[in-house]
Write a protein that binds this ligand. Structure first.
Ligand code: PMT
Length: 406
């Protein structure tokens, strides 16, 4: 099911006793990292409540075509465009017939007509209804005309007491089949943590020590990792750019908060990328009230070392594949190699932050990817483009390491 991460699944439920299994199917989709929106026909609501599906999917359930309130939230055309895959489970004989006839007489058939997403059906009905030549013709027509995929049905004892073909496949089988509709990407099924932006180390209630990191590099990496199939947790210092869609973001201020957020759930993390510019030191104490200007010309600040986040992650038990950044102003590769070894990293991305037009707060960057036995330069380009190049290379190293360690 690892290909379902970040996928948008529109789950249609039609009237049938198997509708209760759609609750478990929704749970499995969510657990695999998919975003699920449920559409129910009126008959489906006789078998399972929309509230159950809403609670499990975490999204409002769509029920009617002409509902001004629902249209104001996410209109039916928007919903049709949103889906990466439509799965109707259970799909009744009546629904299959209406879909084959090209009808748009309820929300679910309309969505199927209006969407470019692949459509899959999990038929569930009495064995005689499934065997009926008209149902078989409808299924053949849907396969031939719009490439509908048919999952099942299974053979066995039916709710009505008959035995034969017509049972809906089990939720786990349906989730696997849905996952198979997507290609495997470089980071499919991986969980990736990325730190980004600056940290702020408070001096008093209104002042802090920080730096010029904009978060652009880290946020671009988060979007690229998401596009490579990963479930992404972005741990971000204060920045003013938007969180990429389908990326979970934890907002922090200080290095200590960034460390705490980085260690949370770390056992599930496969890849950790530290792109944040973390303050190396923080004030020894934070003044309770605003520090007043005194008569003295020079003021001394006492600072204490912050924890090293990436080094802590790299030395943790069952550590993830760990990638750091190195912000250098001279001898970029040599210093990066030193940090790689000292912090026990798998890879380090070195950038020359003294060069004009790249590094801190710029739209572009140029880096050198340094490993224990490799050095590769990636020339100056937009941070989005560079992030895609970096994620490809990092995923390759990660997958090679996973192969050798079994
Ligand atoms: O945010 P942008 O404006 O897009 O700019 C991008 C960037 C220049 C900030 C980014 O490309 C970058 O270089 N980030 C790392 C900056 C940095 O703090 O480098 P460093 O050489 O001081 O730290 C080495 C590594 O240790 C980094 O991965 C850093 O995140 C990590 N570190 C440092 C100190 C600390 N206390 N904890 C850490 O985890």
């Amino acid at each position: 099911m690892h290909r379902l991460t970040n996928r948008r699944i529109l789950l249609g439920i039609t009237g049938g006793i198997a509708a209760y299994k759609s609750a478990e199917l929704t749970r499995l989709f969510k657990a695999a990292g998919a975003d699920v929106r449920v559409v129910m026909t009126p008959a489906a609501t006789e078998f399972i409540t929309p509230l159950t599906l809403q609670a499990l999917s975490g999204n409002p359930v769509h029920l009617q075509l002409l509902n001004p309130e629902a249209e104001a939230g996410m209109g039916h055309i928007e919903l049709a465009k949103w889906a990466d895959l439509i799965l109707v489970a259970p799909a009744s004989a009546d629904f299959i017939a209406r879909l084959a006839a090209g009808m748009g007489d309820d929300l679910l058939t309309t969505l199927c007509l209006a969407s470019d997403a692949p459509i899959c059906l999990a038929p569930a009905m009495n064995q005689a209804m499934w065997r009926d030549p008209r149902t078989q013709q409808n299924v053949d027509k849907l396969k031939a005309s719009i490439g509908v995929k048919i999952f099942g049905p299974g053979v066995g004892e039916q709710a009505c007491g008959d035995t034969g073909p017509g049972r809906m496949l089990e939720p786990v089988e349906l989730a696997e089949l849905a996952s198979d509709q997507f290609e495997t990407l470089a980071l499919s099924g991986r969980t990736v943590y990325i730190t980004a932006g600056p940290t702020r180390e408070a001096l008093d209630p209104v002042r802090y020590i920080s730096n010029h990191s904009s978060g652009k590099m880290g946020y671009a990496l988060a979007a690229a990792a998401r596009d490579a199939g990963a479930r992404v947790r972005l741990i971000s210092g204060p920045v003013s750019i938007a969180v990429p869609d389908r990326v979970q973001c934890v907002q922090v201020e200080s290095a200590q908060q960034m460390l705490d957020a980085s260690l949370e759930g770390l056992a599930d993390c496969d890849l950790f990328i530290a792109a944040a510019a973390v303050a190396d030191y923080r004030p020894v104490s934070v003044a309770e009230h605003k520090i007043k200007k005194g008569s003295e010309e020079i003021m001394e600040l006492h600072l204490v070392k912050n924890p090293d986040i990436v080094a802590t992650v790299a030395s943790s038990k069952n550590r993830p594949f760990t990638v750091g950044f190195a912000a250098e102003t001279r001898d970029v590769v040599a210093y990066a190699q030193d940090k790689l070894a000292r912090k026990r990293l798998d890879l380090i991305v070195a950038n020359d932050v003294s060069a004009p037009g790249i590094g801190f707060n710029s739209d572009e960057n140029a880096v050198t990817l340094v490993g224990p036995d490799s050095v590769e330069s990636l020339p100056q380009t937009h941070k989005q483009q560079l992030a895609r190049q970096l994620i490809n290379r990092i995923a390759r190293h990660l997958n090679e390491q996973a192969k050798t360690t079994g």
